[in-house]
Design a protein around this ligand. Structure first.
Ligand code: AVJ
Length: 323
């Protein structure tokens, strides 16, 4: 069930407006991280997720594989599954198979990237007793559609995996959990994946791998702006940078301008002068302490029913129940 395909003109003008607003912000220039995931960016992220230095996706998958039965045991029945930002959907297989062992299961991946959504439908569309209905919509809009369409008896399990919540500042993360909670009914569940704080060196390597895949992922944002907004970023004049922000406990990805340069972004009606050494901040990846998650849950209308932590790469699956 696709949302009415929005005019690509509307996409372009939204993208152009966001690019203009974030690049002209006083102080630190920014670009919104959601635009990292066009078709090329999504493919590069898939490559990142198999890098030896990036343990996050493997830890996430390992926990789901190992504990799927335990997680599912704690859920009411019947339960519908909605996933926020499914990506390729590979790691979701374990949960769906565990659920399908007890009942026919409906799975609603919610994903703004049509490429990722198609890959997910292909990956998970052939599991016995699982029926997949994709929503090409932003997270909360898609979740609202799923919640409105269910019957009285159906409980919801919302999946928010891969530490995608880490892209939000801590306050925005709370706000997002609160908004999610408002769409749910008491007893509904949210399985939240969170990357945990670890050795800073390891954390930095995960976002600045020696093969340069993450650098390509970051730089592709400029290439995408060139492609879609008729801009003339010269990618060789920028360098990928990953930093650990101690105060905020997050990795920040930046693109550093290696010289003073002028960039034209035609569709955003913008002429940008960047100084030598100036950076554009493209993504934040917040890291958590295990005990932080039950506190977040309590602040946002949930309780943390259980937490499963990977023994190789500090990462937690948290099962939150709406109160
Ligand atoms: C998909 C947001 C979870 O924050 O680790 C990976 C994105 N950026 N390498 C993360 C990402 C650079 C990733 N998330």
């Amino acid at each position: 069930m696709k949302a009415t395909p929005s005019l690509s003109l509307q996409h372009v003008s939204e993208f152009a407006g966001d690019v203009r607003a974030s690049l002209t912000k006083p102080g630190q220039r920014e670009l919104p991280s959601k635009y990292l995931y066009d078709e090329v960016g999504s493919a590069l992220f898939e490559a990142i997720s198999v890098l030896p230095e990036y343990g996050l996706t493997r830890a996430d998958t390992r926990l789901l594989q190992k504990y799927a039965a335990e997680i599912v045991e704690r859920l009411p029945t019947p339960v519908l599954v909605a996933e926020l930002g499914s990506g390729s959907g590979k790691k979701t297989r374990w949960i769906l198979e565990a659920l399908a062992r007890r009942q026919k299961t409906f799975y609603y991946p919610i994903e703004i990237s049509p490429h990722a959504l198609a890959a997910c439908e292909k990956e998970l569309g052939r599991i016995d007793l699982v029926s997949v209905v994709g929503y090409e919509q932003p997270y909360l809009e898609g979740l609202r559609s799923v919640a409105e369409g269910r019957s009285e008896a159906d409980c919801l399990l919302v999946l928010f995996l891969g530490s995608a919540i880490g892209n939000f500042d801590r306050d925005a993360g709370d706000k997002f959990l609160r908004e999610t909670r408002e769409i749910l009914r008491p007893g509904d569940a949210l399985l939240l994946g969170t990357d945990l704080e670890k050795n800073v060196e390891l954390q930095l390597l995960a976002y600045d791998d020696p093969a340069g895949v993450t650098a390509a992922f970051n730089l592709n944002l400029l290439a995408r702006i060139n492609r879609e907004l008729s801009a003339d970023f010269d990618l060789s004049c920028f360098r990928h940078e990953a930093r650990w922000n101690y105060a905020e406990r997050r990795i920040e990805m930046h693109l550093r301008s290696m010289q003073r340069q002028t960039v034209r972004i035609t569709a955003a009606r913008l002429r940008l002068v960047l100084n030598e050494g100036e950076t554009i901040w493209t993504e934040s990846c917040h890291k958590y302490k295990p005990e932080e998650i039950p506190e977040m849950a309590a602040r946002t209308g949930f309780r943390c029913e259980n937490q499963w932590i990977d023994s190789e790469w500090p990462f937690a699956q948290n099962l939150l129940i709406a109160e």
